[in-house]
Design a protein around this ligand. Structure first.
Ligand SMILES: Cc1cc2nc3c(=O)[nH]c(=O)nc-3n(C[C@H](O)[C@H](O)[C@H](O)COP(=O)(O)OP(=O)(O)OC[C@H]3O[C@@H](n4cnc5c(N)ncnc54)[C@H](O)[C@@H]3O)c2cc1C
Length: 320
């Protein structure tokens, strides 16, 4: 077929079939507008379904199961050492989890009369899209929605087979003995947690003065990987520790030697504090969740600073 032979005329053309695009398309269809979605992959779901939220949550579930099984030894139930087979795991993630949801989205689109066109959309003018790909065509529209999402950022000068972006990491080609995660946002933390649970020794580097940059300090810090008590794995929250973060113009590192045993945090100077991720009981009863694990650790950093009054505690992100 010659490019431009096929012309589809619609009320709304949505470029991008991710959560932004398909929700807009479904709503437009519900309002009675003739709507098409143009997506490079000819599928609905976008990064979230195929390379993001869903596969990462599926693997986090696996990490949680591994941690739960390890913790069961505390009350005398021993499942033995887990053996993780990557092929069935990948198959389960792709077919049972992602595939099922993708089929569900496709059928919702069909039921609403939203057509999905495969190919890369390029605006020719303010009323026309050119769709490039296996079935080149044009889409003439009255209104357009651009929901083309984002791509993983790359680090200049770094390339090679040992480097994975989040999409590649979720494919689980292998579980390396040691893994460096660059970026302490939720994606880095999730992937670090997954690989730690699967057996990698994970070190995480973050250039800002805290993990989950941009999130509200009161929203809670990252959880200790595999922590039954879901207690916080925040950086130290004492007044003294905020000095530590103030000087943290250099990367802050968090490493997970094992998802189920310990959490380590390393100060910018390389000194690490380890804390058991098992829930501890105070003599007076269950531990209060307001206490950071770092306050109980034998961190050399903390020792040199002494204990701070809880009233003076500040979030590490409060530090200027
Ligand atoms: C590992 C990971 C975990 C995440 N976890 C969560 C989470 O738990 N919760 C959460 O809310 N978010 C999460 N996110 C973020 C979430 O995936 C994105 O916010 C979301 O996918 C953005 O949706 P979108 O529709 O804007 O774009 P996308 O999902 O990126 O979709 C854009 C679509 O547009 C297509 N496209 C791009 N350009 C063109 C073009 N020219 N022509 C045709 N098609 C085109 C792309 O192929 C893609 O299918 C996660 C992301 C990652 C990577």
């Amino acid at each position: 077929m010659v490019m431009g032979d096929l012309v589809t005329e619609v009320d709304v053309a949505v470029v991008g079939g991710g959560p932004g695009g398909y929700t807009a398309a479904f709503r437009c269809a519900e309002l009675g507008l003739e709507t098409v979605v143009v997506d490079e992959g000819k599928r609905l779901g976008g990064a979230c379904l195929f390379e993001g939220c869903i596969p990462s949550k599926a693997l986090l579930h696996v990490a949680a199961v591994l941690a739960e099984a390890a913790r069961a030894r505390e009350f005398g139930v021993d499942f033995g050492e887990p053996r993780v087979s990557l092929d069935p795991l990948r198959k389960w993630k792709s077919e049972r989890v992602v595939g099922k949801l993708a089929r569900g989205l496709a059928s919702v689109a069909k039921s609403k009369g939203v057509e999905v066109i495969g190919g890369r959309a390029v605006f020719e003018d303010s009323r026309t899209l050119r769709v490039e790909g296996e079935a080149p065509q044009k889409v003439r529209f009255k209104h357009a929605v651009v929901a083309t999402g984002s791509r993983p950022a790359t680090l200049p000068g770094l390339a090679g087979p040992r480097l994975m972006d989040s999409t590649a990491a979720l494919e689980l080609a292998e579980v390396p003995d040691r893994l460096l995660v660059v970026g302490g946002g939720y994606i880095g933390l999730e992937l670090g947690q997954v690989y730690a649970a699967l057996g990698s020794k994970v070190t995480l580097v973050e250039m800002t003065d805290g993990l989950l940059p941009g999130s509200s300090p009161s929203g809670g810090g990252p959880r200790a990987p595999g922590s039954a008590s879901r207690r916080r794995a925040r950086a130290p929250t004492t007044a003294a520790s905020s000095r530590w973060t103030r000087s943290a113009a250099r990367p802050t590192r968090t490493s997970w030697p094992s998802a189920t045993s310990r959490v380590s945090r390393c100060s910018p100077t390389g000194r690490c504090a380890r804390a058991s991720s098992r829930p501890r009981r105070s003599p007076a009863g269950p531990r209060r969740s307001t206490t950071s694990p770092s306050r109980r650790s034998s961190s050399p950093t903390r020792k040199s600073r002494g204990a701070a009054s809880p009233r003076r505690r500040r979030s590490w992100r409060d530090a200027p």
